[in-house]
Design a protein around this ligand. Sequence first.
Ligand SMILES: [Fe+2]
Ligand SMILES: [Fe+2]
Length: 148
Amino acid sequence: MDEKESAEKLNSLIQLDIDAVHAYDQAIENIDVTAIRNQLTEYRDDHNDHIKQLSMEVRALGKEPPEYSPDFKGYLIKGFTSLRSMTGTEGSLKAMQTNEHLTNKNYSEAVNWQLPESARQIVEKNYSDERIHLEYIENILKSRIWEK
Ligand SMILES: [Fe+2]
Ligand SMILES: [Fe+2]
């Protein structure tokens, strides 16, 4: 993969992480169980770290990363489920499960890209975060803790 292609690929991951941050922001607003909200806030911050670190790699390749705009709440990645129509804790968690399936799928492909070594390591680390996010959401959905 040449530098231009590496930067373009990394930019697609950054856009995915930007959409994930917006989705987490909406989910956090919709969920009234404090423990879940706190955990999702941590995961939202993981995605912010992913954006920062991948953006540094893109700049090192001489390209510009996509801009993060906090007020834009739409999604640029196809497949992201909006939380606007979701109500309550369960609906929000189900939407986030769909979204984390998508981030996991994309990262599982990205670990096989022929990237510069420093970028490849970041992608590996991010993918391990994504697996933790999905696992938590699936476990908490099974627990139905909000009904207790
Ligand atoms: Fe992420
Ligand atoms: Fe995630």
